[in-house]
Design a protein around this ligand. Structure first.
Ligand SMILES: Cc1cc2nc3c(=O)[nH]c(=O)nc-3n(C[C@H](O)[C@H](O)[C@H](O)COP(=O)(O)OP(=O)(O)OC[C@H]3O[C@@H](n4cnc5c(N)ncnc54)[C@H](O)[C@@H]3O)c2cc1C
Length: 383
């Protein structure tokens, strides 16, 4: 019997497995695909802190030092900084290296093993897979946004799901160190779109709320508006982002992490930073559980308390910002753009921390004109 069974060898499963195996636990990982990282569902934008926390060196395709934020009326706020804001990485390679790292520390990864169901009893957990049964003392659900383990806990679907579409086009970006973010109901209702330099090609993507048309239709609009209508598409990707959290992330002998736990930044949809922050907390709570021989909900509640404390700004603060953003009409978004179009505001925005973008909210609200515009625009949206 393994000590810990992890379902899913995405970043959340592989990092949890590596940290647990490195601290001496016997870990088995079930991954339904035969290899890591494919299909890709990610834009691949990460900060240097995330790269460090993954514990591996991904392939960096470009370094992003600036962004052009385009508002629905065409106003563009350009944000620049001397140091990198983020990196565009090869996400498939990241997943492969994170899985390899887990295996190097002794985690056994069973590729092509799909977990179909599980049951918990007084002695442990039984996982049913396409190749038989596995027993373990406890399990970690790292099975992504469509997590069957999360929903098995009852009333535990993500509060909101964004749908995304991306295309890699065979054209070098004119600005190899800048990304473009567009807002507006015509191209990306309820979220935003992006154009990211990826070295010899460009990645164009969009996410929309689930109440809107299929994201592929919006991706076409973004490509038209951004001047990529005739560009050769090398590859297309889709994907969903669970946003707003889930009801619970633990139960007896069970913890959830990553998209399965709804650990996603609500402003940007990024999931890698929350995973890197949650995984060490998961390891510590699991190790304590083994020391105490206590695998009850009461013990595992410590994990949820821990990660919520650690990620409060970027998840709960982000959810509050997102609620406001989704209430705004295009006119409201344009008014915000006008209020932020000053050297002082751009200086604050250039210090944005992509891992917790709420870090700029306080300083921005301190600027004359910004707070009154926010209040005016929000009042208009509510009334
Ligand atoms: C369009 C888009 C763009 C994004 N861009 C970014 C970005 O730029 N930066 C960022 O930080 N985040 C981004 N994200 C979010 C990020 O991709 C996710 O948060 C991240 O992949 C979550 O990792 P995970 O390990 O929890 O889940 P996943 O990466 O989904 O891994 C889950 C794994 O579990 C396996 N699995 C599922 N069910 C089972 C089962 N029953 N049995 C066995 N195996 C199973 C799957 O095959 C998969 O390998 C983006 C997401 C989308 C959709």
């Amino acid at each position: 019997m393994a000590e810990v069974a992890v379902v899913g060898a995405g970043p959340a499963g592989s990092l949890s497995a590596r940290l647990l195996a490195a601290s001496g636990r016997e870990v088995v990982v079930l991954e339904e695909h035969r290899a890591a990282g494919a299909p890709v569902h990610c834009a691949g934008i990460v900060t240097d802190d995330v790269i460090e926390m993954t514990g591996v060196r991904p392939d960096i395709l470009s370094t992003v030092c600036g962004a052009d934020v385009v508002f629905p009326d065409g106003r563009t706020l350009s944000i620049d900084r001397q140091s990198p804001i983020a990196y565009a990485i090869d996400r498939k390679v990241l997943d492969e290296r994170m899985a390899d790292a887990a295996a190097q520390y002794g985690a056994v990864i069973r590729w092509g093993d799909h977990c179909t169901s599980y049951s918990v009893d007084a002695q442990g957990v039984t996982l049913n897979t396409n190749s038989g049964q596995i027993r373990s003392e406890m399990m970690v659900g790292a099975d992504g946004q469509g997590s069957l383990i999360a929903v098995s806990l009852g009333d535990n679907a993500p509060r909101e799901v964004l749908r995304g579409a991306q295309a890699d086009v065979r054209r070098r970006s004119e600005h190899p160190d800048r990304m473009v973010l567009r807002m507006g109901s015509a191209t990306s209702p309820g979220f935003f779109s992006w154009e990211v330099p990826m070295g010899d090609h460009t990645r164009i993507g969009v996410c929309v709320g689930s109440q809107y048309d299929m994201p592929a239709a919006y991706l076409k609009k973004v490509m038209d508006v951004a001047g990529y209508a005739d560009a050769e598409v090398m590859e297309r990707y889709g994907g969903k982002i669970p946003i707003g959290g889930r009801r619970t992330t633990f139960s007896d002998r069970l913890l959830l992490i990553g998209d399965a736990a709804g650990q996603v930044k609500a402003v940007s949809g990024g999931g890698l930073y929350p995973i890197c922050k949650a995984a060490p907390i998961l390891r510590d709570v699991v190790n304590e559980a083994f020391e105490k021989k206590m695998f009850s909900s009461a013990q595992f509640a410590l994990y949820e308390r821990g990660w919520k404390r650690e990620l409060d700004g970027c998840i709960r603060g982000g959810i509050r910002l997102r609620k406001m953003y989704t209430r705004l009409s295009d006119d409201g978004v344009n008014a915000m753009g006008a209020a932020l179009d000053s050297p002082e505001a751009k200086a604050i925005l250039s210090a944005i921390d992509l891992d917790d973008p709420t870090n700029v909210v306080g300083p921005l609200l301190g600027l004359r004109g910004v707070k009154s515009t926010v209040v005016k625009v929000l009042l208009k949206a509510i009334i």
